[in-house]
Ligand binder design. Structure first.
Ligand code: FES
Length: 151
């Protein structure tokens, strides 16, 4: 009756990139309208190359949120901002080897918090990214992302 696969359990029990970057270049906070849990992501960005050099997360969330944000921060470190914007919650779930259907929204928390952190970085540095087009950091978009085809 294992609900979570070994990879999810490993990322939950031994999470990477926990904490908060001091003087971060971008900070994103997102609260899930589904469960009320919160996620904060901070990022450091090399402004010349636009490469994300570090990312950390803090969450008031469940094990799936911890595993998802741990994986998501691993996935964006070393990527350019535009590449990181292309990382979807579906890809985070795939990298984790799957999440139970009722836990999909936890990965959306990580995905949305990363985009919010990049949005903050873009705003502070007067940058625009195609991947941020139409993105509203305050929008409750879980319903559209939390659909069965993402399971
Ligand atoms: S139940 Fe809230 S983040 Fe997982």
């Amino acid at each position: 009756m294992a609900m979570y696969n070994d990879k999810v359990m490993d990322y939950f029990l031994h999470p990477h990139n926990v904490g908060e970057i001091e003087n971060a270049d971008g900070t994103g906070v997102y609260g899930s309208p589904v469960c009320g849990d919160m996620m904060q992501i901070t990022i450091s960005v090399d402004k010349d190359t636009d490469v994300i050099t570090d990312a950390k997360f803090k969450t008031f969330g469940c094990g799936s949120a911890i595993a998802s944000s741990s994986m998501a921060t691993d996935m964006i470190i070393g990527k350019t901002v535009e590449e990181a914007l292309n990382v979807s919650n579906k890809q985070i779930i795939e990298e984790l080897g799957g999440l139970p259907a009722i836990k999909i929204h936890c990965s959306v928390l990580a995905d949305h918090a990363i985009k919010s952190a990049i949005y903050d970085y873009a705003k502070k540095n007067n940058k625009t990214y195609a991947g941020l087009e139409g993105f509203d950091p305050d929008a409750d978009d879980e319903e559209q992302e939390d659909t069965p085809e993402h399971i």
